[in-house]
Ligand binder design. Structure first.
Ligand code: C2E
Ligand code: MG
Ligand code: MG
Ligand code: MG
Length: 288
């Protein structure tokens, strides 16, 4: 988008709409190839049970290592994947990878995988979950699916039926980013879930903000009365940890505890000696 007007003058123009569409199409093209080129990676962020002080679960968070752009955030490429019809394949990859990884750890941590609402529009979904469990040998009770409230609104019946089916096999369901959607409390009655994840926007600075603290308290109380656990997302400081604990949350996740980690660093953190070793060996084997 630069033009040389003689001499050394380079003029830059505002990107046109066409340019925006162009780069989007470019990204889509690259995304289409990313799976076969093995450019995706899962990082794992630990979740701590406040009462016991133990790490009981990890959330799988996808990363795309683009050959030219470097790390692309899921916030940037997931929406493109959804529009391009690629989220089914990417979601399937993530489920398989997460189940295979978790099945290889000696600590029986639960692994939570984010699921796009679009994945719950396809009837294949139950089969995809089942094949990830079967191929990995992971116990269904160690798999959690994170869905957002928008699923409750947009694709009601099929999504509900599929979630009920996987849940009847022992998979648990977490409501992600709770409080940011528009769902009415009434939807919650219809919906099978085991955990509420309180969005970071309510957790940030909760200790200094009476409204935020009141909301966290209310959601934690809702969790108690519905008999589901409540995870505070995005806990970055000890003050926030104290605030969400006092509000009654049962679990925390956030930079205060740990950033999302590569598998090796996770295994080191949870002290999984057998696996750290197995990884060492496979790494050594790579370099022979
Ligand atoms: P999410 O599921 O709500 O994940 C939590 C996000 O908060 C993650 O961002 C995580 O890295 C970030 N986070 C965790 N603790 C802290 C903290 O203390 N402070 C701050 N500032 N951030 C924190 P990430 O990894 O960039 O993922 C963004 C979103 O992308 C996720 O939000 C999820 O909606 C989506 N996503 C990630 N992986 C997948 C995937 O495999 N499939 C689908 N469909 N969506 C995914
Ligand atoms: Mg999530
Ligand atoms: Mg979330
Ligand atoms: Mg989020």
């Amino acid at each position: 988008h630069a033009r040389r007007d003689g001499g050394n003058v380079v003029r830059y123009f505002e990107p046109t709409m066409l340019a925006v569409i162009d780069s989007r199409r470019e990204l889509e093209k690259d995304l289409r190839r990313a799976l076969v080129r093995d450019e995706f990676q899962l990082l794992y962020q630990p979740v701590l049970q406040i009462e016991t002080g133990r790490i009981i679960a990890v959330e799988a968070l996808i990363r795309w290592r683009h050959p030219k752009l470097g790390r692309v955030s899921p916030a940037d490429f997931i929406p493109v994947a959804e529009e391009a019809g690629l989220i089914g394949a990417i979601g399937q990859w993530a489920l398989h990878r997460a189940c295979l990884d978790a099945a290889s750890w000696s600590e029986p941590l639960r692994v939570a995988v984010n699921v796009s609402p679009l994945q719950l529009k396809s009837r294949d979904f139950v089969g995809v979950v089942q094949s990830a469990l079967q191929e990995s040998g992971l116990s269904p009770s160690r798999l959690e699916l994170e869905i957002t409230e928008s699923v409750l609104l947009s694709n009601g019946d099929l999504a509900l039926a599929m979630l009920q089916e996987v849940r009847s096999q022992g998979v648990t369901i977490a409501l992600d980013d709770f409080g940011t959607g528009y769902s009415s409390i009434n939807y919650l009655r219809r919906f099978p879930f085991d955990k509420i994840k309180i969005d970071r926007s309510f957790v940030s600075g909760a200790q200094a903000n009476p409204e935020g603290q009141a909301l966290v308290k209310m959601i934690a109380a809702l969790g108690v009365s519905l008999d589901v656990s409540t995870t505070a997302e995005g806990v970055e400081t000890i003050e926030e940890l104290n605030a969400v604990r006092d509000a009654g949350c049962t679990q925390i996740q956030g930079y205060y505890l740990s950033k999302p980690l590569e598998v090796d660093a996770l295994l080191e953190l949870i002290g999984d000696p057998s696996l750290a070793q197995a990884h060492d060996q496979s790494r050594r084997a790579d370099h022979v």
